[in-house]
Design a binder for this molecule. Sequence first.
Ligand SMILES: [Zn+2]
Length: 828
Amino acid sequence: MKKFVFLLLFIPLVTFAQQAQKIARIDSVLTYLYQRQLFNGTVLIGEKGKVLYKKAFGISDPRTGASLTTASAFNLGSVSKQFFTMMIMILKEQGKLKYDDPVQQYLPQFPYSNITIRQLMNHTSGLPEYFDIALGDMNLLDTLTNESMLALLAVKKPDLVFQPGEQWQYSNTNYTTLASVLEKVSGTTADAFFQQYIAGPLGMKDTYIYDLTMRSYPSSRVFGFEYQKGVPVLNDLVRFDGIVGDGNVYSTVEDLYIWDQALYKEKLVSKATFEEAITSGKLNNGELTKYGFGWFVPEPGKKVSHTGGWVGFRNEITRYIDRNQTLIVLTNGTDASAIYLAKRIWEDKAITLPVTHLITNVNVIDGTGLAAFPASVRIVDDRIRDIGPLTPFVNEEVTDGQGKILAPGFIDSHSHHGSGLDDDPSALAATSQGITMIVIGQDGSSDPIDSIRASIQRHPVSINLATYTGQSTLREAAMKDDVLRKATVAEIDSMKVVLARELDNGSLGLSTGLEYEAAFYSSPEEVVELAKVAAEKGGRYISHIRSEDVSLDEAIAETIEIGRQADIPVQISHIKIAMRSKWGSSDRILRQMEQARLDGINITADIYPYTMWNSTPRVLFPKKDFESLASAEFATRELFDPAASVMVRYTPNPEWQGKTVSAIAAINHETPAQALLRIIRETAMPGQGGTIVATSMSETDISHFLKWPYTNVCSDGAMSGHPRGHGAFTRVLGRYVREQHLMSLETAIQKMTSLTAENIGIQGRGMIAPGYFADLVLFDPETVIDNATIENPLALSTGINYVWVNGKLVYSDQKAVKNFPGQFVERR
Ligand SMILES: [Zn+2]
């Protein structure tokens, strides 16, 4: 018995100490955030009517620098909604309306006869979002008001998203309509009613409904802002703000606490009436919605809350109604971390503080093609936060860029580095040339996305990955490896199902390797059918086209035709002219592609900067007649230079590995054509294989293709083999930009970053801009160069200093840093 009494006495003491500790923790976290421009606002924590913590951080107006106080009035955004539902409750108690009355009873012009007031309040009406309705029709100078909004609804009568009561979907239109009902029924303005029945009686002296049509505002009004170049810049009301109901109640943490406490008593409406507001609404089928009247109900009977986000403002009120505790955070900034973190601490959940990092003293090339400019770049966790003449915060990690170039991390739109990630998860071959993201699933061959995700979860990697879905892989599955023929309708249908599933899972689109045997025999119709599936889902088409030599023109025409028929953006991958007698026709091919663009086909290309390719020697037989001496002689004459083409892998006789085809011919006292036939024969034996790096293109064509405004840079490289795996990007920067002046550095960077992101269809990467992922490369434009060669394909590039992926350093001066922040990147 004694022990029991002791515990009873002791528990509240511990709780009290814990609570004080939590508040101290919240205060220190808010201070930390405030000092790093991650929070500007006011906070109040209360319990049973007693204020436990109340504090203001920062400024109320970026133009004057005036300080916030806990009596400063913020635009509550959607936290306003609870006040509008309260006014409807008051009208109901006055007998002036019933929740289940149709809206049309009060607003005859409202075009939906079967929507009730209750459905507006609990977001089950099916009304579409008014921003979308208004944007199409508004004059840019108009200010939207409740009246004009209602008129717009009446005229356009947009389709409901669902039949009333069938689903729950948050829509601000419910509340703008609710405000119109309120004004109609009460015969006065929303603010006049609000002052008379809520703010006045409760003594909320700094709370009011404000809209853009009003001429003045109280001095307590707070202005929203954001940091640009380290300086606070006004970011406040927009032309939607002539409207009320969904937002535009202004209030302070002090007034909101008065409001919160009044809700426990029967000061405004009866207990039963308010109880319904914080009880989940019901759908027609009886299912609960977790939303009452202007309140989210995450834990019925325990916790109700509402967030409010609007231009320049982020807010939340959380009421722990079983304990009568309240947490209010109002911010006039763009960052919600204070709201999130304070709530998690109060709820005894673990937190991670955001970490900022400043890269100073750099010339920023932002990836858009704009000229370099001196600046500092601030990173918060995995994102770029700000760019400009920024100064370090207290204790902030700073990297001195020593005046070098800071660019977005390079995106490799055609990569084979993925298969080497098991052996080298740091992807040194890629990061050492500034690549932060590789795009795999190329040439028609891909892995299922679930297995890619699982694999990088099991073995985290240093670079980001995205993938296309390969046609040959789809064929092999659907046709049970019997792929040297056309697919049947049923087989194509089964490929479409798998492709659609992969696209839903984030695939960038369809890739083909039509020159390779697993796809060479597929009909153009099959490819179009599959491309249409990708197009429907917003995906893209990338192709190693059917021929890069003898039938190059036809292969490009086929690609254009796929773009036309499937209505899909098409990319010719590693564009090249691999046939001597066609050298010099790059201008004509580019004109063909330009014409397609004029015809409305979004055709683009990528390229690697080498005159040699890397593949199976079998591609040297365009007719697939692998025993024909005539074809072998044609190949040695037209398709590659046997004296400058090396068997980099040759399993039948490893001693020949590293030798040219001419050297192998000499050993066997054969002509190069005979040697080629021997190579084909021996590498086709069971369990054998071979890879050739074949010299076959002209520098002039490469330069022309590289300069085309729609060509982005790729490597087509792997962790070993062809030197492009280690040097493609640095080779462009060193040889084509610095030495040959083929294009400006800014243009080259654009072709490695934002253009690539555009061409593959991803968002949030490829530029140095606020909110973009912090994939970055710091390099020296005076020294950057590739060093990898056929003889020494693993040599690292010179001049790449640092590479960051998702804000984490992964490469530093010739060495991989053991960080593995790589993410799987989905189609936008
Ligand atoms: Zn290829």
